[in-house]
Ligand binder design. Sequence first.
Ligand code: HEC
Length: 133
Amino acid sequence: MNKVFLIIAFTLLSSCQNFNSNSADESRFSESPIPASGSNDPNDPAYQSYVKLVKSYNIIKTRCFQCHSQWQNLNSNQKWIDSGLVFKNNPESSSLINRLKNFDPPGDMPSGANSAIPNDDYLTLVDWIESMP
Ligand code: HEC
């Protein structure tokens, strides 16, 4: 009886461990941006820039990933720049911004939706690109 219990307990424990490490890997490598530095000091410019990247990434995740799933891998400023969608410090030239319905003149993204993304989200994206280090 004890043996059977131990085997069951062990199986449950090890499958939990697998599940946890898989989901941690997944969120680190495919869903969340990578920290620019080890620092989490709110006065550190590198940390402030990291926070802007995370906020912007999460907005794009919510508003755009359902169609643009290939953007999930763009988890650093450099990757966004290399993708050609973002021009550093120049939101007006960045198609990520100028294709939005919020832009003037209005673009057509998010496609299919009746309205533009919330203005707060738009301003966060603009500020992120404008202030990229
Ligand atoms: C309902 C689906 C859908 C959603 C949601 C959506 N898009 Fe798109 N988007 C498309 C399609 C389809 C294309 C390709 C055709 C085109 O360029 O018009 C596209 C193209 C683009 C392009 C040009 C891509 C390139 O590689 O040059 C940009 C930039 C863009 N979208 C921005 C956005 C942004 C930013 C969001 C989120 C705020 C968004 N889209 C949300 C469907 C969508």
